[in-house]
Design a binder for this molecule. Structure first.
Ligand code: GLU
Length: 477
């Protein structure tokens, strides 16, 4: 379905590393656009120059690209409504501020933080919700001029019309109603001249032609204020959907303290982009299938009506599940690039090794570990492996060495000859062999691994096991 009338955006304020919660917001918006053949915009909300940094912006863009969430319009991509960094848009905002002020929708406010705090305290003491008491709402032109002449820098406040009800349909939470009398006049430009989020965010959504906004439901109460700004300016409002937040294992909003991970952390730990995307697309959103999907598949099954209004817990086990799914679904070539273990494997054997051990790989370190176990010197034996070798006994391994030396050193020949000569079969045959050859009692199917190992390595490992078993029985005897 192509519907270019759908335009979504991700509008981060890059104050630090991109974390899972914001990434999910980016993903849902990207999926909504992609599923409709629409456009996905990246807008950097960096009016707060002290907290936002160019480095964080660059890192965030790198993260999105690594995940395949490229944007159609935005920094470095261009588009019809530049610039896409809000700190470069002040001339645009100034024109709208002037209009709001000229038309009486906004007024300069000279209240100091101290005065505001005192008003809030008095309201709380009287059992009322704290909201701007309207001190500067009716200043005369002369009073304003006098205060300015004194050198006072005003903030600009939006004048909320009294006695109205603002209604909108939220795609996740359903019908919403807010009484303007509960809102209080709010700041749209700070006294230091910087533009406030509520204002820039709403104005830019309109100027950039955003049709759909999906964001965390911590923004739900901002929406009536933003609708008032847009109405005053005669600008169109997008459709909104506010999704339940992601919480940590303690049920509190996800933060570094209760388990949130940055995209950088996940990349460094070895997570595949497709694992992260398949997991996050299912946090607070349901799909009909449990199969791993690519971005197009995720986009096709994405539906704002399936977003949960309640919070969802971040579950590292689920993330690991999707990692395993992604590894199993990846092509050998994809895994070869990801595992970067060519140097540990004889030329020409990488793909075979990957297919032999892929069921035992979760992260690149696991792949490298198996590469060393198969192609390196005889691997260290863990305690279970030693016990299995000891239990099978010296005679078993001496026979195994003899069989291998006779040239039966591929899996089938070796195990058949060994079974015939020792009478041992089943688990009692395979477990000691596995232990001797791989150093562990669990792991991938043995046959391909042994055949990749090759005769000389098989013999060396069997010799070592025979020596160990002999040594142990001598100690006991
Ligand atoms: N810059 C805002 C934030 O990061 C954007 C919120 C929104 O999506 O409207 O919270």
């Amino acid at each position: 379905m192509s519907d270019v009338t759908v335009k979504t955006r991700f509008a981060p304020s890059p104050t630090g590393a991109l974390h899972i919660g914001n990434l999910r917001t980016a993903l849902f918006n990207a999926l909504l656009a992609r599923g409709h053949g629409g456009r996905f915009v990246l807008r950097i909300e960096d009016t707060d120059r002290e907290r936002c940094s160019p480095e964080a912006t660059q890192a965030l863009m790198g993260n999105l690209r690594w995940l395949g969430l490229d944007w159609d319009e935005g920094p470095e991509a261009g588009g019809p409504a530049p610039p896409y960094h809000q700190y470069e848009r002040s001339a645009i905002y100034d024109a709208y501020y002037a209009r709001l002020e000229a038309e009486g929708y906004a007024y300069p406010c000279f209240c100091s933080e101290r005065e505001l705090e005192m008003a809030r305290r008095a309201q709380r003491a009287a059992g009322q919700p704290p909201r701007y008491p309207g001190t500067c709402a009716r200043l005369s032109a002369e009073e304003v001029a006098r205060k300015r002449a004194e050198g006072l820098q005003p903030a600009l406040r939006f004048r909320v019309p009294p006695g109205e009800e603002i209604r909108f349909h939220d795609r996740v939470h359903g019908e919403q109603r807010f009484r303007t009398d509960d809102l209080g006049d709010f700041i749209i430009r700070r006294a230091d001249g910087t533009a406030a989020y509520l204002f820039t965010n709403a104005v830019d959504d309109a100027l950039m032609g955003i049709t759909d906004v999906l964001r965390g439901d911590d923004h739900l109460t901002n929406t009536p204020r933003q609708l008032l700004i847009l109405r005053a300016l005669g600008l169109p409002a997008p459709r909104y959907g506010h999704m339940g937040l992601i919480t940590g294992d303690d049920g509190a909003p996800l933060s570094k303290r209760n388990g949130s991970r940055s995209v950088d952390d996940l990349e460094e730990a070895g997570y595949l982009p497709e694992a992260i995307l398949n997991y996050l697309a299912r946090v607070g959103h349901t799909y009909d299938t449990d199969a791993p999907l690519d971005l197009d598949g995720l986009a096709q099954g994405f539906d704002p009506a399936r977003i949960s209004p309640s919070p969802s817990r971040f579950d590292p086990d689920h993330l690991r599940h999707w990692q395993d799914e992604a590894v199993q679904a990846a092509t050998a070539e994809r895994l070869r690039l990801w595992l970067a273990m060519d140097a540990l494997v004889p030329p020409g054997y990488v793909e075979e090794l990957i297919n032999a051990v892929r069921g035992n790989i979760r992260f690149p370190a696991d792949g490298r570990e198996w590469a060393k176990r198969v192609f390196g010197p005889p691997p260290a034996l863990d305690a279970d492996a030693e016990a299995a070798i000891e239990g099978a006994g010296a005679a078993f391994f001496e026979t195994a060495v003899a069989v291998a030396e006779e040239g039966y050193n591929r899996f089938r020949g070796l195990t058949e000859a060994l079974r015939e000569r020792t009478g041992v079969k089943g688990k009692r045959l395979f477990m000691p062999l596995r232990a001797a050859l791989t150093g562990r009692c669990s792991g991938p199917e043995l046959q391909p691994v042994v055949d990749l190992m090759g005769g000389e390595r098989v013999k060396a490992r069997l010799h070592r096991a025979a020596a160990l078993a002999a040594e142990r029985s001598a100690q006991e005897g």
